[in-house]
Design a protein around this ligand. Structure first.
Ligand code: DAH
Length: 346
């Protein structure tokens, strides 16, 4: 009997060791300590035994019971701790894990180009100024010597705003050039003036590979005593050198704009063929990038600046063509199509 008790204890403890779940532990408890277990049977049968045996076996059986109960409690505790450790591990935050990256936008290629151009002029002492896109006929045309019947009006297919005065005139429009803001500046500021005016302009035109009804320009204006054509050329040559590179040839020729006298245009050597002549430059080897000139005395006068004391140069440049030339983009509509496959390249 004593021998049996010893074996029971050994096998119970051995079995207990390999237990990993609460369910297994419960079935172990039923088997070794439950009402129908061998141990309980032994304890119950004690009463039928002779006194001597009862003492010895009773003591031993009780010892085994206490042993098994202790081991059961320890195992219970161990299982609970293991479970806690596991759930803690699952919940743990790894602070060394790199964060999730959010998709990041970037500046539109036209905006990047504008910033680059503004930076160059700012470094030469110009201030960046912006103004309204919905404009009065006066600033867009009249103040710039483009009168009611002036043929130059025809070159700027205008989007008029549907607003009539009592006398039946429609004096409001979407500005056709940023020069309208230069006209405002001449009226509101006093020399010395050095500003560049970037922004959107609108023309009533159908879209094709080289035209959109909205595009970007930047105008420049300098008013001071003693400003000459040499200042204009120096400023624009320096700009071209910085923007297009040292070696890019620049050409300056006469041109006509109603608000400057004399007027000029500036062209750069074609970026595509290097001046030999190709389709992009219409076989001329040159690409016109801006109009310029000495501000017409009448324009200054109208704005309240005395042209006998002050002189002024002005220029106006289209922006969209510059990144087109630089990156070899052959369709201006790509800029305004919101196709991320295109925009992500810049
Ligand atoms: N505003 C003219 C245009 O859109 C460009 C221009 C030419 C602007 C000469 C100027 C200038 O300021 O002096 O065609």
């Amino acid at each position: 009997m004593l021998q049996q008790l010893e074996e029971l204890k050994i096998s119970a403890l051995q079995e207990l060791e390999s237990i990993n779940t609460a369910k297994e532990l419960e079935s172990w408890r039923v088997r070794y300590l439950g009402k129908k277990s061998n141990l309980t049977k032994v304890l119950r049968s004690l009463a039928t035994l002779p006194l001597e045996e009862r003492k010895a076996i009773g003591a031993s059986a009780n010892e085994v019971r206490v042993d098994l109960e202790d081991s059961l409690r320890q195992k219970e505790q161990a299982l609970r701790e293991a479970e806690l450790a596991l759930s803690a591990q699952e919940e743990r935050i790894d602070i060394t894990l790199p964060g999730r990256s959010f998709p990041q936008g970037r500046l539109h290629p036209i905006t990047q180009t504008l910033h680059e151009i503004c930076d160059i002029f700012v470094s030469m002492g110009f201030e960046v100024v912006e103004g309204p896109e919905v404009e009065w006929d006066y600033y867009n045309f009249e103040a710039l010597n483009i009168y009611q019947e002036h043929p130059a009006r025809d070159t700027m297919s205008t989007s008029w705003v549907d607003f009539e005065t009592d006398s039946g005139q429609r004096p409001m429009l979407l500005r056709t050039h940023t020069t309208s803001i230069s006209a405002r500046i001449i009226e509101t500021r006093r020399p010395p003036i050095r500003v560049v005016v970037p922004g959107k302009v609108y023309r009533y035109e159908a879209s094709d590979a080289t035209h959109t009804p909205m595009f970007y320009q930047i105008d420049g204006l300098a008013v001071d005593e003693g400003i000459t054509m040499a200042n204009l050329r120096g400023t624009l040559y320096e700009f071209a050198r910085r923007f297009f590179g040292e070696d890019r040839k620049v050409r300056f020729r006469c041109d006509y704009f109603p608000f400057v006298e004399p007027g000029a245009e500036m062209a750069i050597e074609c970026l595509s063929c290097g001046g030999k002549g190709c389709r992009l430059c219409g076989n001329s080897g040159w690409i016109e990038i801006l109009g310029a000139g000495m501000t017409h005395p009448q324009v200054l006068q109208r704005g309240g600046i005395d042209p006998k004391v002050y002189t002024s140069f002005a220029f106006g440049m289209g922006i969209d063509r510059l990144p087109m030339l630089r990156y070899g983009i052959n369709d201006i509509r790509l800029f305004y199509g919101s196709d991320l496959r295109f925009l992500r390249q810049f």
